[in-house]
Design a protein around this ligand. Structure first.
Ligand SMILES: [Ca+2]
Length: 490
């Protein structure tokens, strides 16, 4: 009882302090398919001066993970504060609003509490079956208009097909959509400056380094092809279930990419170079937005978040793209800066996408809605040495099985099971990152005590919901789309 009373008092005090001062704005930067290939994460090759200077202004999470390594479910988790296995949406075609018409998104909560919420660029899943959600924004969502390629020779040969996997033309930044998104973000910040009475949540979504790796030549020229090598481990982990790796079908959809693995070394190295070039291009656009925030005098009272929607297999295990429960697909960059955040610190505490919604609620003095599945990271933002939780979760479906993964500081266990079937029918993977950071060997049959401990953690959560049926209008094509979405989707 005393504890409860103390919590209520602590909340009342923090809320009144918040109300007494100006409520902070939030600039949320979402980057599509960005793994922690960043200078501030210790990568010695990549050139990311702008994300690095953002990290120097705040707290960087070394152990941040996404809840499912593919666009739409990951973004649902961000905006709804619920895990994919709770929503039962693992695929790309299913729009959360069709299944949960009364869902209240993070930005809706901001609006309810007096904020203006604006979304530009890729926040929800884009492309075919665009998932924008008009209820989420105070003004209509804005999408940049731009051709994917500057050189028509690289374009898709026909509608519904993909073009070249890379492009390195000598063109200005504004040729591609992310520079347009940055330009629009700067316009929005200028307008926000004119209306200081209403705090804002501005969500800015950049679409690179998602495939195809198109970036102006000057960003390719930041690197020499000799800077890159292929990963040491280019086969699946020993003893992994045959279905656990991604088939890398997404990259195989681009012109000239062979239809089977392994990809030729020369192509693999070019893809890595292209990924780095696209990261540097996006970094430059982020820099323009950060400069505008400073120039408008908004930095002091604006919380900045940088988030990658999932990681990427850049040839490790012979895999390309995302769509797995492994480390390279699930580990993400996560940075916070601004009021209430320690400066130039790195935290080793575990964090996951589902934590962002409650964190931003608390940082802005809003009550955390009941039922959210994450925890507020506010204590660790103030003191990065504070612990958060002893595990995070990710999930990925394969055929009828759903792989639920639990990642602790040292281990990852994946339990592959058909929902509703008995626990002993599960196939298991266990990796020990202290002894085997490259995930070369499934240790599930050797370390049975660790398996037992980690399965007990998973058993505290409800069974994963099977994929909900896609909405009726799409029924005819659902079967094909669902199959595609497992390891081919955007
Ligand atoms: Ca993505």
């Amino acid at each position: 009882m005393r504890k409860l009373l103390f919590s209520i008092l602590a909340f009342a005090v923090s809320f009144s302090l918040q109300a007494a001062s100006e409520r902070p704005n939030v600039l949320f930067i979402a980057v599509d398919d960005l793994k922690p290939v960043l200078g501030c994460y210790g990568n010695p090759i990549v050139k990311t001066p702008n994300m690095d200077r953002l990290a120097a202004r705040g707290v960087l999470f070394e152990r941040a993970y996404v809840n499912q390594a593919v666009c739409s479910p990951s973004r649902n988790t961000l905006m709804l504060g619920l895990r994919p296995q709770t929503l039962g949406i693992y695929d790309l075609p299913t729009h959360f609003r069709d299944v949960y018409p009364d869902a209240v998104t993070m930005s809706q909560t901001f609006m309810k509490n007096g904020y203006r919420a604006e979304g530009i660029g890729k926040i929800y899943h884009a492309g075919k079956g665009n998932h924008n959600d008009e209820l989420s924004w105070s003004v209509p969502h804005w999408t940049p208009k731009s051709d994917t390629y500057s050189n028509p020779a690289n374009a898709a040969p026909s509608k519904g097909k993909k073009g070249a996997p890379t492009e390195a033309e000598d063109v200005p930044d504004i040729t591609y959509q992310d520079a347009k998104t940055a330009e629009e973000a700067i316009n929005r910040l200028k307008k926000a400056k004119q209306d200081p009475a209403q705090p804002f949540l501005l969500m800015v979504g950049f679409s690179k380094p998602h495939l195809p790796f198109v970036a102006p030549k000057k960003y390719w020229d930041l690197y020499k092809s000799s800077d890159f090598t292929l990963p040491d481990r280019r086969t699946a982990p020993d003893g992994a279930p045959s279905y656990a790796p991604t088939s890398s079908k997404e990259v195989m959809g681009y012109v000239g990419v062979p239809q089977e693995l392994p990809l030729p070394d020369e192509l693999g190295l070019k893809l890595i170079h292209g990924y780095y070039a696209a990261v540097s291009y996006t970094d430059a656009q982020i820099g323009k937005v950060l400069d505008a925030l400073d120039a408008e005098g908004l930095s002091k009272n604006t919380i900045i978040v940088l988030w990658g929607d999932h990681g990427w297999h850049l040839g490790d295990h012979g895999m390309w793209c995302k769509h797995t429960n492994y480390e390279q697909a699930t580990r993400i960059p996560l940075l916070f800066a601004g009021p209430g955040v320690a400066v130039d610190k790195k935290s080793q505490s575990l964090a996951e996408t589902v934590d962002i919604y409650p964190t931003l609620m608390q940082m802005t003095g809003q009550q955390i809605p009941s039922g959210l599945e994450g925890m507020s990271l506010v204590p660790v933002l103030a003191d990065p040495s504070k612990p958060t939780k002893d595990h995070v979760l990710s999930v990925y479906p394969r055929s009828k099985r759903i792989g639920r993964a639990v990642r602790t500081e040292r281990y990852r266990l994946v339990e592959w099971k058909v929902p509703g079937e008995a626990p002993e029918t599960a196939e298991l993977e266990l990796y020990d990152y202290e002894a085997d950071p490259q995930e070369t060997k499934n240790l599930a049959s050797e370390k049975t005590e660790v398996v037992k401990e980690l399965r007990a953690m998973l058993a505290k959560y409800p069974e994963a919901k099977p994929q909900v049926p896609s909405p009726a209008p799409q029924e005819a094509s659902t079967k094909k789309k669902k199959k595609k979405s497992e390891d081919d989707g955007e």
